[in-house]
Ligand binder design. Structure first.
Ligand SMILES: [Zn+2]
Length: 442
């Protein structure tokens, strides 16, 4: 053994003696005060080692006639059974040791076992394959720790909260086959420890996030239920209700919500590529449902509603923000059917195709949504336009443009609030009669 190591151990033993002369501590709580030194031992074993060395010290001192019985008595009183029995062997006097100043002698292996079993039960109830343990300890316990830290200058100490968290986490991982996950756990289990070491357990089940795409094959379908002032649903179905109806029961979830990459007008279809979205399944009782099973339920429901939704893979909370935020950056292709009260001439259509090639468009907030959105101007770009004439007064146009461009206003000009517009370029009033989103770029 190196002399450095011997010096370290004897320093730890000396300081422990000083502490135990004044403060009762169990082996685990004593060992934790010197956690930083490690010595390849758990807190419990380190504390036990220190106490064994102290017992040897008592025997040596006694046989040399060096120390006072009072010191030995105090160490026996505060050092738990081990030192008390050494004292009894020497002095023939029984002592009932005091309970630990920090944990009252309650922080034991069987305590950890009991708590972890209950935590496992909760994880099983939530069908969780990953978890995170949180620990809250009563203020009084923290105050006592701080007390010792300040009084004895114990910068080597680990907090009881940290040890509880680690030990419970380890046991849970061993016992119930869930893996700890610090960033994205299925369930967070919080153990609250009172000053007398009674405890309560609460849990927070994180939502399941799944990425996918949806198609709206009919019109008048909103994203979320649209309730009128008189309390009626304005449209018979919404994407969110559709997803909820298909998935709530198989995940046994409280609620299902959607986060889409932008949205089309209620009366526009979403065809072609479909639109990306993230589905959030809140407080699911069953988490380990395969994507295929969920897709099957969605397909089944598509027979009753003109909505198609396909899920791709499990994802994380952060992708929800990503999908919503970068929606504006995705370019779109729209198909719009346009009616003109005046006759449309072939040269009008050529003019439109030529004019709207990589053209900047300035749009003030459309009058139809001014009630709920602030009036401001934004600049978007139309990259290309392709037109087919359907009849003398109707044509169909494909418009490739920036995300967030208001297409209906691009057609009719919105009383000069969108410049330039189709109507302005051909010098005739134009009315968009049908709108579809054909492509949302990846
Ligand atoms: Zn203790």
């Amino acid at each position: 053994m190196s002399s450095e190591f011997t010096a370290l151990v004897s320093d730890i033993v000396e300081r422990s003696e000083k502490i135990l002369l004044e403060t009762p501590l169990c082996s685990r709580c004593l060992g934790r005060l010197f956690a930083k030194y490690g010595l390849g031992l758990s807190n419990q074993d380190r504390g036990l080692m220190i106490k064994t060395l102290l017992a040897l010290k008592i025997f040596t001192e006694y046989s040399r006639g060096e120390s006072s019985r009072r010191n030995h008595y105090m160490l026996a009183l505060n050092g738990g059974d081990q030192l008390a029995s050494s004292y009894m062997k020497i002095y023939g006097e029984e002592i009932s040791p005091l309970s630990c100043y920090i944990c009252g002698g309650k922080f034991t292996g069987s305590f950890i076992q009991e708590v972890s079993e209950k935590a496992c039960e909760i994880l099983r109830e939530h069908d969780a394959s990953s978890f995170l343990i949180g620990v809250v300890v009563d203020e009084e316990i923290s105050r006592r720790e701080l007390d010792l830290l300040v009084k004895y200058g114990l910068e080597s100490m680990e907090s009881i909260k940290r040890e509880l968290k680690r030990e419970i986490g380890k046991k849970v991982a061993e016992n119930c086959g869930s893996t700890p996950n610090f960033t994205n756990p299925d369930v967070v289990v919080v153990v609250k420890i009172e000053r007398d070491f009674t405890y309560s357990i609460t849990s927070e089940s994180n939502p399941v996030f799944i990425s996918g795409r949806y198609w709206k094959l009919g019109r008048n379908i909103s994203h979320v239920p649209w309730i009128t002032r008189s309390g009626f649903k304005k449209y018979s179905v919404s994407i969110q209700e559709f997803v909820g109806e298909a998935l709530r029961s198989i995940y046994q979830s409280e609620d299902v919500v959607i986060h889409a990459a932008g949205r089309e007008d209620v009366d526009a279809r979403m065809i072609g590529s479909g639109r990306p979205l993230i589905i959030e399944i809140k407080k699911p009782v069953k988490r380990s449902i395969g994507i295929e099973e969920a897709n099957k339920a969605l397909r089944e429901l598509s027979r009753r509603y003109p909505i198609v939704l396909e899920l791709f893979s499990r994802t994380t909370r952060s992708s929800k923000v990503f999908v919503k935020n970068e929606a504006k950056l995705r370019r779109k292709v729209y198909r719009v059917a346009v009616y003109s009260p005046e006759e449309i001439l072939p040269q009008d259509l050529v003019k439109l195709e030529e004019f709207f090639s990589n053209r900047e468009v300035k749009q003030r907030t459309p009058t139809r949504i001014l009630r709920r959105k602030k009036d401001r101007e934004k600049t978007k770009r139309v990259y290309a336009v392709r037109i087919v004439q359907v009849s003398r007064r109707v044509f169909e146009s494909l418009i490739y443009c920036d995300g967030g461009l208001y297409v209906k206003e691009l057609i009719h000009g919105d009383y000069g609030r969108t410049v330039p517009s189709f109507a302005e370029v051909v010098g005739k009033p134009l009315i968009p009669i049908e709108l579809d989103v054909v492509l949302v770029e990846d």
